[in-house]
Each structure stands twice: as C-alpha cells, then as structure tokens.
Write a protein that binds this ligand. Structure first.
Ligand SMILES: *Cc1c(COP(=O)(O)O)cnc(C)c1O
Length: 580
C-alpha cells in the first residue's frame, strides 16, 4: 500500500502579532478559528486506547471525548499530548494487587512520524519525536521518545514529571511550528500543561515583543481548565529543578526573570503561574467552579467560569439508545438536544428500557467473556439478573468501600431479588491505603458464601469495562464525599444508558435537581450509608414496576441529558472562547 504523502509547511513564527495589535482596543482579539489557526487543547493525559494512548481516569477521557466531539462538529481542533511508550495493567492474584508494564508502539496505531524537536534538560539535548494522526477537522499531535516513561510515573513533584511536562509544553509548541499551525487559543487541561503557554510567551518576547504586551497577548489566548479543588494539595517544584529542566529552554532573559520572581522560599506551584498567564479560567461543574479554592498573587479568590463536563454520547451510549434519541427527536442530527426534548421523552416506555437493557446485557457479557473477575472466573449474566454497578478509580474520596461497611445489610438488599454487585476500579500505583481497602473488601466478601457469589471485582478497569458496565447494569452507585468530586463523568454514561442513578449530590450531579435521581444524603456517614441501602432497595423495586421505571428514567433524562451532552459542553467552550 502506498503511504499517503503529507506536506507540511513549517513556520518560523506561529504568532499573529500584527493582528493582535490591530485588534487592541476593539472588543475582539485575534482568536478567529480556522484550519490553519485551530483550537489547541493541551493535556498530559489522553484516554484513547483506540489510538494507542491509555489514560488514568476522567481527565484523559474528557480530552478524548472533546476531540471526538470537535471532529463530529467539524471544529478545527488539535490535541497535543505525550505518547507514552509504556503502560500499566493491574493484576490481582492470591488477594494481592500488582502492576504489570507493557510496551506500546505508536506505529501500531496509525501515527505518522513528522520529525524531531529538541528540549534541553540537565545540560543535555533531548530529542523528541513529533508524531501525528489526523481525523477530519481534528488531529492528535503527540510528543514521544523511547525513555519518555509512563503516565503519572514517579511522584507529582519529581524530576521525571517535570521533564514530561516541559517536553509536552516546549516540545509541543515546537511541533506546531514544524507542522505550520497557529494556535487560535490554547486550552490548558490542568496545570501540568503550563509550559505550552510559557513557550509561547517566551517566543513572543524573544521575537522582540515588549514583555508586558506579550503577557497580555498570551493571557488573552489562554484558557486554564481546572479540575482540582484545593490549591494547597498541588505538588511543588524547586528552583533547582527549574534550573535543570525549565530555564535552559527559556530564551528570553525577561521571561526568566519573571519566572524566578514567582518562587516562594525556593518553591513554586504551577497553578500560581498558570493563573497569571491565562485570562480565561474554567471549572468543570457549577459546584466545582464555585468552591474551587484558588488565590492569585494578590490574594484574591480566582473566579472560574463553570463549564460542566459532558461525554461523547456516540462513544459511550448503546447504539440502540442513540437511535431512540434520534428517531424520537430528542437529539437532532448534530446531537444537540431538541427544544422540546422533555416532552418527547414521554414516548420512552418501560418496554424500551427493558429491551435496551437486554441488549446492553449482551454487550456486557461479550466484554466479560474475555475479562475474568479477580478470581479468574468468567462471569455471564442473564436478562433478568439485577446488577448494581460501581466502576470508577479506586480513590478514597469516591468511597468504593462505603457499600461494604455493613455486610449483613448489603446481603439483605441483594438477596431480596438475588441481585449482583459489580465493582471495577484501579488503585493508583503506590496508594497502599486504597490497595489495603480493596484487598480488605475482597477478603471480607469471601467470608460470606452469598456475597462471594454475588459481588464481583473486575481488575484493570479501563474504557472497555466502563462501557460494558454502563450499558449492562440496572443501577449505578456514585457516592463521593460531598464537596470532593470536581465533576465525574462515569455517572453520565450510566444516566445516558438508562440506568438508575444512586448518588450523593456532588460534582456534575449537583448541576441537576436533587429530586431527579435517587439521592444519598445524611448528617454523617452512618446516615448516608443507611440511605444508600434504602436507595438500592428502591432501585430494585422500581424495576418491578413499569410505571415507576418509566417515571424515574424520564425524570433523570429530563434533568441530566443537557448536562451529560458533550456537544453542549463543546458549544459552551466555543461560546466562551470565541464570543460573537
Ligand atoms: C468515564 C471514565 C472515567 C471517568 O470517571 P470519573 O471518576 O467519573 O471521572 C475514568 N476512567 C475510565 C476508564 C472511564 O471510562
């Protein structure tokens, strides 16, 4: 087969400084978007295994969904991310958790090598490969080299992380020049991508722009999307680390001086400088944008524009359910919700829901056929089995252990209708607290004959399991400690696939009404726990009654479809970034 020829036009300068000066004083700046001047989206994590890149969680899934939606909406969009040549898989054997590492080759996933670019670190030139893959109006540009390592390897303030972040920022900026693309906007998906904006600022000043004007230029064209709640929790880097990894890549003395002044007691948090370099700032749900506790250099609380995450419904929703949305004019042909979709939802009947779940159950069984549980068993479920799903990263604030606090009560709930409980979620490497919690749960359920045959843990949680469990389960449990979930998108997949949502009122769920799903709340954890079991019983009962099932699912969809919709999310970003 002939390799398609792609011709690139490297640019010495990808900044529209003249346009910027022309526009100063007018409302609009130089943000017009076009194929040569695309929307650029920077992310240290992408969860897009179809293209060879495995992420860690929601941050990466969001990035992949955003690109796919941009493709569907024909938006010129470039996602810049590392290609990690190694990835981790989690194994459980004899009750203990271990990680396995595998090599990944970008050539196996259709990436094309463009050329190499250099970044400087520790007195060395590091040669980075720039690889690219196009998808209609969008593309993924990735930076890689054989020793790039794994996603989130080492600790968050470590040299290796700083190297990865510098390589993405400075290397990615050089890659845009190589390919000849001018960034209309830089969206920084979390502060780990700060160095892309720094590379831009440095380039402007190096090319002769006044430092303060270059700061204005960079600020006007940078969006910082925050996913974290507290600034205090963020890792810091030292001045000495910057001397080895960052300063050698900065050409302008003025930029170097500016950066040096940002250190306090020889340390720096990237959020403090990202806040300064980005005029546009967003949070990922209404609640998160309101409570994210960040302060600028003057001590003022940072305002984040709420743009709630959404999901790429074409990726995460059962095709039969998508057909239903389209045929019943709930979604239009571009996947936007129609004006009277709430009225249209009246046509959704219990029969539709039950049939879709049977179809979803088949898909789940197909996934489970090659994804054994932690005991090595292949699970298969019948059409009439009732399944609760809990699938998300195994981190403390999401409380995967909550339903297991009272095993005898859990058993009573499940026994009532012989229900199953599927638990899936990876423990973060090195998180001994959570790996102890997980092995503790698995040991505890083994002590009860009923639970050991009705609670199933699926190791190595990934997109495939996320999809299978979403389409295949009847009810989903999402119980983060209120105030700690920035948004969460896992529950969105379940709601869009007609599962009953049992949840605390947190993250993106709190964008909706507390009465539109089975809410779990209480003055303390014991109260929350007893309400959780009560809600699980209600979910089981709702499936016994056509009327209750229809009412519940229609109500969830009426409230949450606008929140869940990824096209809504991208439109919100476009309206914010490129106001008419
Ligand atoms: C959807 C998804 C997530 C997002 O999970 P949240 O905890 O809800 O943010 C994480 N990992 C995978 C594999 C997913 O598919």
């Amino acid at each position: 087969m002939m390799e398609e020829e792609f011709i690139y036009h490297p640019l010495e300068n990808i900044e529209d400084v003249d346009l910027f000066y022309e526009a100063v004083g007018r409302e609009k700046l130089t943000k017009a978007i076009s194929p040569e001047r695309p929307y650029t989206y920077w992310t240290i994590e992408l969860y897009d295994k179809n293209n060879g890149i495995r992420g860690g969680g929601g941050l990466g899934v969001l990035a992949a969904d955003t690109r796919r939606i941009a493709e569907k909406m024909n938006v010129p969009f470039v996602l810049i991310t590392p290609f990690y040549p190694r990835e981790t898989h989690q194994k459980i054997s004899n009750g203990s958790i271990s990680d396995e590492h595998t090599d990944v080759d970008y050539r196996d996933f259709g990436f094309r090598l463009i050329d190499t670019v250099n970044v400087r670190c520790c007195n060395n030139l590091c040669k980075l490969e720039v690889i690219e893959k196009q998808f209609h109006s969008t593309r993924i540009i990735a930076i890689t080299e054989p020793n790039f390592g794994e996603l989130y390897s080492d600790t968050s303030g470590s040299d290796h992380r700083l190297y990865q972040e510098v390589a993405l920022g400075f290397g990615g900026y050089a890659a845009l020049k190589l390919i000849g693309l001018k960034p209309a906007i830089m969206q920084l998906n979390e502060v780990s991508t700060f160095f892309a904006a720094l590379a831009r600022l440095d380039e402007l000043v190096h090319n002769g722009m006044d430092f303060y004007e270059a700061v204005v230029y960079t600020r006007k064209h940078t969006l910082y999307t925050n996913h974290t709640l507290v600034q205090a929790a963020e890792a810091e880097f030292s001045y000495e680390q910057f001397e080895r990894f960052v300063f050698p890549n900065v050409k302008s003395p003025a930029v170097k001086r500016w950066l040096s002044e940002k250190f306090e007691n020889g340390r720096i948090k990237l959020s403090s400088i990202t806040i300064e370099i980005a005029e546009l700032k967003s949070g990922v749900s209404k609640l998160h944008a309101r409570v994210a506790n960040y302060h600028d250099a003057a001590g003022n609380k940072v305002k984040f524009k709420p743009i709630t995450n959404g999901i790429d419904m074409n990726m995460w929703v059962l095709p039969e359910i998508m057909d239903f949305y389209h045929q019943n004019e709930i979604l239009d042909e571009k996947d936007f919700l129609t004006e009277n979709f709430i009225f249209r939802l009246e046509s959704l009947s219990a029969i539709d829901i039950r049939l879709a779940k049977q179809r979803g159950r088949k898909v789940l069984n197909e996934v489970l056929a090659h994804r054994p549980d932690h005991k090595g068993n292949i699970l298969q479920f019948g059409d009439n089995d009732f399944i609760f799903g809990f699938k998300r990263r195994f981190v403390d604030y999401k409380r995967p252990d909550l339903p297991f606090r009272d095993l005898s009560r859990l058993r009573v709930v499940l026994e009532e209708r012989n229900a199953h409980y599927i638990l899936a979620g990876r423990v973060h490497t090195g998180d001994t607290n959570m790996s102890n919690k997980l092995t503790g749960i698995l040991r505890a359920i083994e002590t009860d004959e009923y639970l050991s045959s009705h609670v199933h843990y699926l190791p190595d949680y990934d997109e495939e399991l996320a999809y299978g469990v979403s389409v295949g389960c009847n009810a989903t449990i999402n119980v983060p400690i209120v105030g700690l979930e920035a948004c969460g998108t896992s529950w969105m997949k379940d709601v869009a696939n007609w599962g009953i949502l049992i949840s605390t009122h947190d993250g993106g769920v709190a964008d909706g009404s507390i009465n539109s799903y089975l809410n779990v709340s209480g003055a303390n954890e014991d109260e929350e726990l007893s309400m959780l079991y009560q809600r699980m019983e209600e979910a089981i009962n709702a499936w016994e009654s056509d009327f209750d099932l229809e009412t519940l699912i229609r109500q969830q969809l009426a409230d949450f479809l606008p929140i869940v919709s990824g096209t809504r999310m991208l439109k919100d970003y476009l309206d914010y970034l490129f106001p008419i």
